[in-house]
Design a protein around this ligand. Sequence first.
Ligand code: COA
Ligand code: AMP
Length: 631
Amino acid sequence: MAYADIHARSIADPNGFWIETAEAIDWVKKPSKALFDDKAPFYEWFADGELNGCWNAVDRHIEAGHGDRLAIIYDSPVTHTKREITYSELQTRVAALAGALAARGIGKGDRVIIYMPMVPEALEAMLACARLGAIHSVVFGGFAAHELAVRIDDATPKAILAASCGVEPGRVVHYKPLLDAAIDQASHKPDLVVMLQREQEPAKLIEGRDVDWYAFQAGTQPADCVPVKGNHPAYILYTSGTTGQPKGVVRPTAGHLVALNWTMKNIYGVSPGEVFWAASDVGWVVGHSYICYGPLVHGNTTVVFEGKPIGTPDAGTFWRVISEHNVRSFFTAPTAFRAIKREDPKGEFVQKYDLSCLRALYLAGERADPDTIRWAEAQLNVPVIDHWWQTETGWAIAANPMGLEAMPVKIGSPSVAMPGYDVRILDEAGYEVPPGTLGAIAIKLPLPPGTLPTLWNAEARFEKSYLTQYPGYYETGDAGMKDEDGYLYIMARTDDVINVAGHRLSTGAMEEVLANHPDIAECAVIGVADPLKGQLPMGFVCLTKGVNRPHAEITQECVALVRDQIGPVAAFKLAVVVDRLPKTRSGKILRATMAKIADGEAFKMPATIDDPAILEEIRGALMSLGYAKAR
Ligand code: COA
Ligand code: AMP
């Protein structure tokens, strides 16, 4: 069957389509049906089936005779290390780690936080949790102690699995002091910290709480896979919302395995045994779905790459990895390509490597600009596939299903809706708009398997954030349009979320940090366009009456505060002092108008603006930072 038939069937007969698709994974007990809709608008998939995530990602391949196949290739230019791990070795290592965790009382439903860089042990930690039915929550290494503390308090983990340090180009990231500070700040205290000691910076262990990763496994028994229900949460992944409190996206076990397994062949076009590489980080959803679970469930070899597109050591690193490890499908964020293009515009590094193994490049995480797509196509001579998804969905909402039927590429569009996604463009009143018209992108419920059923400990917030604005639909938070052929175009977020170097960040969270500065009375953070990172955050601060310290001193403190509270990943480096902020008469800050001025775009004067003159003051402030155009 070709794409259009499969998509039509998935919408008309979701039960039939997904129960058949679910045959491709292993079950301890098969589900009686696919869709459980008795609590609509809350939906679940495969709820009464039983299975185990680690079995599906690891053990079943050994049972099928593929134990000698490579599961993981670790390639770390920042530590000059390479390692290969077969499926059999992975099973031994994961079962041992899971056994040691079980011996410490960790079992089904317990939460475990993982705070680790891009090392194979991070995947082993995730799989060890899955083996026991424990729910993991990976926290990205670029977040500061406070962000980690917020997640500790929300997930209330029994254990934290961490590495002693991360390695960024030119600096070691001191994970252990960050972890200790986070546990100090959090009200909830984990019983156990398991520390992977890295030779770049071994950590001091706290007696009674911290144990060494390998030493604590001594004398314990390897653990078997524990069956869990289909709707059992495999993990919680926190993502940015509109406030400082991140949203804990819950991922149900069965749905995500079924959906990811389907995507490996049908979207990414790889067969079991082939090498698949997603150059992202385990801390993001791409890392969960396409560094860990997707490739492993499907029996592929996954590449764990600890490095950057440039500077580790040069703009040819990606090409070296592809060529050396025989990568068939490659997935990264457009920012990475913009960084490479800036360093090596003529593609001189590309010429040095034999890239004939590569079949396609996949881009996601942010808007893929046509220039970057064309440059990548010209350099690599393979199709460049933009696809659109979110932490909430866990897999592509729209993509070009290359392994099923390669659709014509339309540059600027992530192509068409994937199975189970009934994507509609709605106006403010919730009515569908004609093709080619901009609107809010919504998905008719139910969402397909693998997508979030709820937010951790926050059902009401889930409903309010996603289901209330357009009853019967999931609100994606993105605006865009659909053309006559059903191709989607993703234009902008409708909320205060910005996308910096493919990383999703909340301007609201940054405002909360700035508002805590004693000299700041009021502030606004907006996203401004950036040629490398897509967007950068920029802060506008109004000072408390009577404060007359140098503005440069205060803005430097703002930058330091955001780095300290949220982390370096926020990339908050632009701040300016202004007298007033532009507002509506009801007091709402006109952030979208400010962003348009910053980017030099035309804007309509908001009818409800309190004092239009303020916009000129904002333009002046922006021009002092090298943004906005004179009128
Ligand atoms: N641990 C600790 N710090 C981290 C980190 C991590 N895992 N990842 C990033 N940081 C730090 C960086 O060192 C940098 O710190 P600095 O301000 O001291 O320089 C800061 O966070 C900002 O990082 P980033 O926005 O990534 O910028 P960069 O200048 O280091 O690198 C790119 C620019 C384009 C090379 C990089 O952003 C990149 O590779 N992007 C790909 C995006 C991606 O994989 N996204 C995942 C979703 S698919
Ligand atoms: P995250 O949850 O971090 O994956 O971020 C999801 C958001 O990133 C989406 O809601 C979009 O705003 C944006 N995004 C992801 N992929 C694309 C894409 N291919 N094109 C445009 N925007 C994208």
